[in-house]
Design a protein around this ligand. Structure first.
Ligand SMILES: Nc1nc2c(ncn2[C@@H]2O[C@H](COP(=O)(O)OP(=O)(O)OP(=O)(O)O)[C@@H](O)[C@H]2O)c(=O)[nH]1
Length: 339
């Protein structure tokens, strides 16, 4: 590679719409030469199955939270990316780095801007942060990472405004956290702002000399995890297909009973009555989005895999309750009665 390839960081709290926006971006014309680096929280990654992208232009950091394990892993991922044919042939034009929703962006930016192994080959183009119009007020109250994500962004991209317009209080709060960021409140505006960030790097980063930039993002001094200790990730895996009725009854039950503490639920589900089409479920706290059915399995792996990021819940209990619901028999519809 001869010229430094711009890297756009896409951050935003759990379930705030990063992958959805990224998928829209990748479907836009003119996005060829865009590679994706994805980090996931949890021992079984799913985001790479949910991003529409060719394998060769995707690098996965599946080893826990990007800001805790990072530095070396991030640099390694970019070094692997540099070895791909697209990079070697000079066809790599942009990289989008999607962080996990719990990531503190500071160490990531610090690595991108300051690590000597990154210099020359990669440069930070800017930071976009998705902000969920429905949940962000509560999220900002409860999670310092979410505030940091909004604080370092060049663009704040409101999502889910089709469900609820961004409340005024949220807009004021975002402006107070980050008065310099451009804020977009509609889906098309968010998409074009992200796209513009890829091709026209954010002024804040281009204007500052490299040595000054890093002082905004002091290196983390902690080596261990500094997330809320009660936040846990857990993956439910089932080899056998699940009954539709049992699965939805279970989902309904956990959303009603423990919704506040389900920070994020994301899964690919193998239902026995539709084995060729995986069901994608997405939940953010008590709100579950209508499940979608994919036209085919994204890989050979046809197991049900559901990632839970919870606060203060013993995830093994959730796993055990699914086992109880799995044993439920489908309710029989009453046989038609003769006239
Ligand atoms: N109605 C609506 N739903 C959205 C919008 N953006 C995202 N969603 C839904 O919100 C859920 C979470 O979206 P994702 O794109 O997976 O969020 P994410 O930030 O990548 O989530 P994590 O990877 O867990 O941090 C999915 O069900 C999406 O379909 C939006 O603008 N409007």
């Amino acid at each position: 590679m001869t010229k430094a390839v711009p890297v756009t960081v896409l951050t935003g709290f759990l379930g705030s719409g990063k992958t959805t926006l990224l998928n829209r971006l990748l479907r836009e014309p003119g996005m060829h030469g865009t590679a994706v680096v994805i980090n996931e929280f949890g021992s079984v990654g799913l985001d790479h199955d949910l991003v529409d992208h060719t394998e060769e232009n995707m690098v996965l950091l599946a080893n826990g939270c990007i800001c805790c394990t990072i530095r070396g892993d991030l640099v390694d991922a970019f070094e692997r990316l540099a070895q791909t044919p697209a990079a070697q042939q000079g066809e790599l034009r942009h990289v989008v780095l999607e962080t996990t929703g719990l990531a503190d962006p500071a160490p990531i930016l610090h690595t991108l801007m300051g690590d000597p192994r990154m210099q020359g080959a990669w440069r930070l183009a800017g930071v976009a942060c998705t902000v969920d119009a429905c949940h962000a007020m509560a999220t900002l109250d409860q999670h310092p990472e979410a505030v940091k994500q909004a604080a370092v962004a060049d663009r704040l991209l409101l999502t889910k405004t089709d469900l609820q317009p961004a409340p005024d209080a949220l807009m004021q709060r975002l402006r107070a956290i980050n008065p310099l960021a451009e804020i977009r409140t509609d889906a098309d505006g968010a998409l074009s702002a992200l796209q513009a960030l890829l091709v026209r790097p954010a002024a804040a980063f281009t204007a500052l000399p490299a040595e000054n930039r890093s002082s905004f993002f002091p290196a983390s001094t902690s080596t261990g995890s500094h997330h809320d200790d009660r936040i846990r990730s857990h993956v439910i895996v089932r080899d056998q297909p699940l009954s539709r009725e049992g699965f939805f009854a279970w989902l309904d039950m956990i959303a009603k009973m423990r919704g506040d503490d389900l920070l994020r639920v994301k899964g690919l589900v193998h239902l026995s009555d539709d084995p060729e089409h995986p069901l994608v479920i997405h939940g953010v706290q008590h709100l579950f989005h209508p499940p979608e059915t994919l036209p085919r399995w994204p890989s050979e792996d046809r197991r049900t895999r559901i990632v839970f990021i919870t606060r203060g819940i013993d995830a093994e209990d959730i796993d055990a309750t699914l086992s109880v619901f799995e044993r439920r028999r489908p309710r029989r519809t009453p046989a038609p009665q003769p006239d």
